[in-house]
Design a protein around this ligand. Structure first.
Ligand code: DX5
Ligand code: ZN
Length: 220
């Protein structure tokens, strides 16, 4: 795994009327992944986009689509997102009674599987899942909305999960999502994160700023 921090802009902060262009713009600006926030108005108090939009956006970038599902139930939609072109599919263990089955389902479609931990969810939740997953996503805000403030208690959790990942000896990505700015990015990275989701901080200032915003988040 390269040491460079990956930046995954959340298209939640993009101009929804011009989503294809926005995806092309962040791709050209040097992002690593495209983070897609899927919300159902039930698991989280907001509604965003579904598989049809993922499918429509797919031709606009060759970069990995990092699909963050904030929906319950989750299993019945996994194939739709896999078919739509998701590369990484992450879900919250609270979204269904059988998270391990959901991991197996995601992998059955040849996709990378991620577990998302809400701010209150302990790292221990990963004990019997970590050997089977490709990514851990630590929420540093409560899921549902962009533009919230980073919850610092999550830094300890990131440190703990980094140790768990090292013990496995496997290449598991450790991603952080919510309130990432040029102030909080270095904290998350020092705690052990290797991938940062950033909505507000990527899209601020409009298209001409995207490349500089992404570089700044990487600490360049
Ligand atoms: C929140 C989403 C995040 C959010 C991040 O539920 O999962 O991806 O869009 O937004 P910022 O970077 O603005 O905190
Ligand atoms: Zn997200």
């Amino acid at each position: 795994m390269s040491n460079a921090v990956r930046i995954a802009p959340s298209i939640l902060s993009a101009d929804f009327a011009r989503l294809g262009e926005e995806v092309r713009a962040i791709d050209a600006a040097g992002c690593d992944w495209i983070h897609v926030d899927v919300m159902d108005g039930h698991f989280v108090p907001n509604i965003t986009i579904g598989p049809a939009v993922v499918k429509a956006l797919r031709p606009h970038s060759d970069k990995p689509f990092d699909v963050h599902l904030m929906i319950a139930p989750v299993d019945q939609y996994i194939q739709d997102f896999a078919d739509a072109g998701a590369d990484i599919i992450s879900f919250h263990p609270e979204a269904g009674p059988h998270p391990h089955r959901t991991v197996q389902l995601i992998k059955s479609f040849g996709k990378m599987a991620g577990i998302v931990l809400n701010p209150h969810t302990p790292a221990k939740m990963l004990d019997y899942l970590i050997d089977d997953i490709d990514l851990v996503l630590v929420m540093s805000v409560n899921p549902g909305f962009g533009g919230q403030s980073f919850i610092s208690s999550q830094l300890r959790k990131i440190e703990a999960i980094r140790k768990m990942i090292e013990k496995t000896g496997r290449d598991i990505r450790l991603e952080v999502d919510g309130g990432i700015t040029t102030d909080t990015a270095p904290l998350a990275i020092s705690a052990g994160a290797d991938t940062l989701v950033a909505g507000t901080a990527t899209f601020k200032g409009g298209e001409s700023h995207y490349a500089a915003n992404i570089r700044a988040l990487r600490g360049e």
